[in-house]
Ligand binder design. Structure first.
Ligand code: G3P
Ligand code: MG
Length: 250
Protein backbone atom coordinates (compact mmCIF):
# COMPACT_ATOMS: atom_id res chain seq x y z
CA UNK A 1 0.00 0.00 0.00
CA UNK A 2 2.70 2.51 1.04
CA UNK A 3 5.95 1.13 -0.36
CA UNK A 4 7.91 4.25 0.61
CA UNK A 5 9.81 5.34 3.72
CA UNK A 6 7.54 6.60 6.52
CA UNK A 7 9.60 9.59 7.62
CA UNK A 8 11.03 12.14 5.20
CA UNK A 9 13.35 15.03 5.92
CA UNK A 10 11.44 18.12 4.75
CA UNK A 11 13.35 20.23 2.21
CA UNK A 12 16.39 18.01 2.69
CA UNK A 13 17.52 18.73 6.20
CA UNK A 14 14.45 20.22 7.82
CA UNK A 15 15.21 23.37 9.78
CA UNK A 16 18.69 22.24 10.80
CA UNK A 17 20.36 23.40 7.58
CA UNK A 18 19.50 25.69 4.65
CA UNK A 19 16.45 24.25 2.92
CA UNK A 20 16.62 22.75 -0.57
CA UNK A 21 20.41 22.69 -0.74
CA UNK A 22 23.01 19.96 -0.97
CA UNK A 23 24.19 20.99 2.51
CA UNK A 24 20.66 20.40 3.77
CA UNK A 25 20.51 17.00 2.11
CA UNK A 26 23.86 16.08 3.66
CA UNK A 27 22.59 17.17 7.08
CA UNK A 28 19.58 14.90 6.61
CA UNK A 29 21.85 12.05 5.60
CA UNK A 30 24.02 12.64 8.68
CA UNK A 31 20.89 12.17 10.76
CA UNK A 32 20.36 8.84 9.03
CA UNK A 33 17.71 9.92 6.53
CA UNK A 34 17.57 8.19 3.17
CA UNK A 35 14.30 9.83 2.15
CA UNK A 36 13.59 13.50 1.54
CA UNK A 37 11.03 15.94 0.24
CA UNK A 38 12.14 18.95 -1.78
CA UNK A 39 10.67 21.59 -4.10
CA UNK A 40 11.35 22.16 -7.79
CA UNK A 41 10.47 24.98 -10.21
CA UNK A 42 11.70 26.19 -13.60
CA UNK A 43 14.17 29.00 -14.16
CA UNK A 44 13.70 31.34 -17.14
CA UNK A 45 15.55 28.98 -19.48
CA UNK A 46 13.22 26.10 -18.58
CA UNK A 47 15.86 24.34 -16.49
CA UNK A 48 14.46 23.00 -13.19
CA UNK A 49 16.06 24.18 -9.95
CA UNK A 50 15.58 23.12 -6.33
CA UNK A 51 13.81 26.05 -4.67
CA UNK A 52 10.72 26.76 -2.60
CA UNK A 53 9.90 30.41 -3.26
CA UNK A 54 9.10 31.74 -6.74
CA UNK A 55 10.57 35.09 -5.66
CA UNK A 56 14.14 35.66 -4.59
CA UNK A 57 14.93 37.32 -1.30
CA UNK A 58 14.15 34.90 1.51
CA UNK A 59 16.63 32.04 0.99
CA UNK A 60 18.40 33.26 -2.13
CA UNK A 61 20.20 36.57 -2.32
CA UNK A 62 18.64 39.10 -4.68
CA UNK A 63 15.15 40.06 -5.77
CA UNK A 64 12.71 39.35 -8.60
CA UNK A 65 11.06 36.23 -9.94
CA UNK A 66 12.80 32.91 -10.54
CA UNK A 67 11.12 33.00 -13.97
CA UNK A 68 13.27 36.02 -14.89
CA UNK A 69 16.67 34.41 -14.25
CA UNK A 70 18.39 31.58 -16.12
CA UNK A 71 19.45 28.51 -14.17
CA UNK A 72 23.23 29.08 -14.40
CA UNK A 73 22.80 32.54 -12.90
CA UNK A 74 20.56 31.15 -10.18
CA UNK A 75 23.01 28.37 -9.41
CA UNK A 76 25.65 31.03 -8.83
CA UNK A 77 23.52 32.74 -6.15
CA UNK A 78 23.98 32.21 -2.44
CA UNK A 79 21.28 29.99 -0.92
CA UNK A 80 23.01 29.37 2.39
CA UNK A 81 24.11 32.67 3.97
CA UNK A 82 20.55 33.51 5.10
CA UNK A 83 20.66 30.46 7.36
CA UNK A 84 24.08 30.80 8.96
CA UNK A 85 27.47 32.24 7.98
CA UNK A 86 29.08 28.81 7.68
CA UNK A 87 26.71 28.00 4.80
CA UNK A 88 27.61 31.09 2.79
CA UNK A 89 28.25 30.21 -0.85
CA UNK A 90 25.96 27.18 -0.80
CA UNK A 91 24.43 27.23 -4.29
CA UNK A 92 20.88 26.81 -5.57
CA UNK A 93 20.97 23.20 -6.80
CA UNK A 94 20.10 22.27 -10.36
CA UNK A 95 17.38 19.62 -10.10
CA UNK A 96 19.10 17.16 -12.46
CA UNK A 97 22.32 17.19 -10.40
CA UNK A 98 20.49 17.09 -7.08
CA UNK A 99 18.34 14.13 -8.14
CA UNK A 100 21.37 12.34 -9.52
CA UNK A 101 23.12 12.80 -6.16
CA UNK A 102 20.10 11.38 -4.35
CA UNK A 103 19.94 8.38 -6.63
CA UNK A 104 23.67 7.72 -6.30
CA UNK A 105 23.38 7.81 -2.49
CA UNK A 106 20.19 5.76 -2.22
CA UNK A 107 18.09 8.70 -1.02
CA UNK A 108 14.45 8.26 -1.97
CA UNK A 109 12.76 11.40 -3.28
CA UNK A 110 9.36 12.97 -2.89
CA UNK A 111 9.71 15.67 -5.52
CA UNK A 112 7.28 18.50 -4.99
CA UNK A 113 6.56 20.21 -8.30
CA UNK A 114 6.14 23.82 -7.24
CA UNK A 115 5.65 25.87 -10.41
CA UNK A 116 6.26 29.56 -10.59
CA UNK A 117 2.65 30.82 -11.00
CA UNK A 118 1.57 30.47 -14.63
CA UNK A 119 4.15 27.82 -15.50
CA UNK A 120 2.29 24.81 -14.15
CA UNK A 121 2.05 22.41 -17.07
CA UNK A 122 5.53 23.09 -18.40
CA UNK A 123 7.04 22.49 -14.96
CA UNK A 124 5.12 19.24 -14.53
CA UNK A 125 6.28 18.03 -17.94
CA UNK A 126 9.96 18.90 -17.51
CA UNK A 127 10.30 17.53 -13.99
CA UNK A 128 8.44 14.30 -14.78
CA UNK A 129 10.50 13.67 -17.93
CA UNK A 130 13.80 14.19 -16.14
CA UNK A 131 12.81 12.05 -13.16
CA UNK A 132 11.53 9.24 -15.39
CA UNK A 133 14.71 9.33 -17.47
CA UNK A 134 16.90 9.15 -14.36
CA UNK A 135 14.96 6.14 -13.08
CA UNK A 136 14.33 4.47 -16.43
CA UNK A 137 16.17 1.36 -15.24
CA UNK A 138 14.03 0.93 -12.11
CA UNK A 139 10.80 1.71 -13.96
CA UNK A 140 11.61 -0.81 -16.70
CA UNK A 141 12.36 -3.46 -14.07
CA UNK A 142 9.09 -2.79 -12.25
CA UNK A 143 10.84 -1.31 -9.19
CA UNK A 144 8.47 1.65 -9.11
CA UNK A 145 8.91 2.11 -5.36
CA UNK A 146 12.52 3.19 -5.92
CA UNK A 147 11.50 5.90 -8.36
CA UNK A 148 10.52 9.30 -6.97
CA UNK A 149 6.98 10.15 -5.97
CA UNK A 150 5.96 13.41 -7.67
CA UNK A 151 3.58 15.63 -5.73
CA UNK A 152 2.03 19.02 -6.35
CA UNK A 153 -0.61 21.47 -5.20
CA UNK A 154 -1.01 22.26 -8.90
CA UNK A 155 -3.49 19.94 -10.57
CA UNK A 156 -2.34 21.23 -13.98
CA UNK A 157 1.24 20.25 -13.13
CA UNK A 158 0.09 16.80 -12.04
CA UNK A 159 -1.90 16.31 -15.25
CA UNK A 160 1.13 17.33 -17.31
CA UNK A 161 3.39 14.99 -15.32
CA UNK A 162 0.95 12.15 -15.87
CA UNK A 163 0.99 12.79 -19.60
CA UNK A 164 4.80 13.14 -19.78
CA UNK A 165 5.69 10.13 -17.61
CA UNK A 166 2.68 7.91 -16.95
CA UNK A 167 4.80 5.28 -15.19
CA UNK A 168 5.89 7.67 -12.43
CA UNK A 169 3.54 7.70 -9.44
CA UNK A 170 2.03 11.00 -8.38
CA UNK A 171 0.46 12.42 -5.21
CA UNK A 172 -2.01 15.27 -4.88
CA UNK A 173 -1.02 17.93 -2.37
CA UNK A 174 -3.94 19.72 -0.82
CA UNK A 175 -3.80 21.93 2.27
CA UNK A 176 -7.15 20.52 3.37
CA UNK A 177 -9.47 17.90 1.93
CA UNK A 178 -12.26 19.47 -0.13
CA UNK A 179 -15.69 17.85 -0.12
CA UNK A 180 -15.02 16.18 -3.48
CA UNK A 181 -11.50 14.98 -2.63
CA UNK A 182 -12.11 11.36 -3.68
CA UNK A 183 -13.45 12.29 -7.11
CA UNK A 184 -10.58 14.70 -7.74
CA UNK A 185 -7.91 12.26 -6.56
CA UNK A 186 -9.33 9.55 -8.81
CA UNK A 187 -9.51 11.94 -11.76
CA UNK A 188 -5.85 12.87 -11.23
CA UNK A 189 -4.97 9.17 -11.04
CA UNK A 190 -2.76 9.70 -7.98
CA UNK A 191 -1.54 6.99 -5.62
CA UNK A 192 -1.61 9.22 -2.55
CA UNK A 193 -2.98 12.37 -0.96
CA UNK A 194 -0.51 14.67 0.82
CA UNK A 195 -2.06 17.10 3.25
CA UNK A 196 -1.42 19.49 6.11
CA UNK A 197 -1.76 17.49 9.32
CA UNK A 198 -3.16 20.54 11.12
CA UNK A 199 -6.38 20.38 9.10
CA UNK A 200 -6.74 16.61 8.91
CA UNK A 201 -9.27 14.79 11.08
CA UNK A 202 -9.19 11.16 12.16
CA UNK A 203 -12.40 10.53 10.21
CA UNK A 204 -10.89 11.98 7.04
CA UNK A 205 -7.76 9.88 7.48
CA UNK A 206 -9.89 6.75 7.78
CA UNK A 207 -11.91 7.72 4.69
CA UNK A 208 -8.78 8.33 2.60
CA UNK A 209 -7.38 4.96 3.60
CA UNK A 210 -10.72 3.21 2.99
CA UNK A 211 -10.77 4.73 -0.50
CA UNK A 212 -7.44 3.04 -1.22
CA UNK A 213 -5.12 6.06 -1.34
CA UNK A 214 -1.82 6.49 0.44
CA UNK A 215 -1.96 9.28 3.05
CA UNK A 216 1.01 11.54 3.81
CA UNK A 217 1.16 14.53 6.13
CA UNK A 218 3.29 17.67 6.15
CA UNK A 219 4.99 19.07 8.23
CA UNK A 220 4.95 17.19 11.52
CA UNK A 221 7.39 18.43 14.12
CA UNK A 222 6.54 16.72 17.40
CA UNK A 223 6.85 12.99 18.14
CA UNK A 224 3.50 12.98 19.97
CA UNK A 225 1.66 14.31 16.93
CA UNK A 226 3.51 11.91 14.62
CA UNK A 227 2.44 9.02 16.83
CA UNK A 228 -1.17 10.22 16.81
CA UNK A 229 -1.24 10.51 13.03
CA UNK A 230 0.20 7.04 12.54
CA UNK A 231 -2.53 5.84 14.91
CA UNK A 232 -5.06 7.37 12.52
CA UNK A 233 -3.64 5.30 9.66
CA UNK A 234 -1.41 7.96 8.10
CA UNK A 235 1.25 6.23 6.00
CA UNK A 236 4.06 8.75 6.01
CA UNK A 237 5.09 12.27 6.95
CA UNK A 238 7.81 14.81 6.48
CA UNK A 239 9.40 16.72 9.32
CA UNK A 240 11.47 19.84 9.88
CA UNK A 241 12.69 18.43 13.19
CA UNK A 242 14.90 15.65 11.93
CA UNK A 243 16.53 15.71 15.35
CA UNK A 244 13.25 14.82 17.12
CA UNK A 245 11.61 12.53 14.56
CA UNK A 246 14.31 10.33 13.07
CA UNK A 247 14.14 8.00 10.10
CA UNK A 248 13.43 5.00 12.34
CA UNK A 249 10.63 6.72 14.28
CA UNK A 250 7.77 4.40 15.02
O1 G3P B 1 5.36 18.55 0.21
C1 G3P B 1 4.92 18.90 1.48
C2 G3P B 1 5.22 20.33 1.84
O2 G3P B 1 6.53 20.64 1.49
C3 G3P B 1 4.28 21.30 1.19
O3 G3P B 1 4.43 22.63 1.61
O4 G3P B 1 5.30 24.91 1.40
O5 G3P B 1 6.60 23.24 2.64
O6 G3P B 1 6.45 23.12 0.17
P1 G3P B 1 5.76 23.50 1.45
MG1 MG C 1 7.48 21.26 -0.29
Amino acid sequence: MWPYPKILAHRGGGTLAPENTLAGLRRGMEAGFRAIEFDVMLARDGVPVVLHDPELGRTVAGSGSVAEIDAPALAARDAGAWFAPEFAGEPVPLFAEFAQYCKAHGVWMNIEIKPVPGHDARTGTVVARLAAALFADDLAAGRVERAPLLSSFSEAALEAARHAAPALPRAWLTASLPRDWARRARALDVVAIHTDHKRLTAAQAAAVKAAGFGLFCYTVNTPARARELFGWGVDGLCTDRIDLIGPAFN
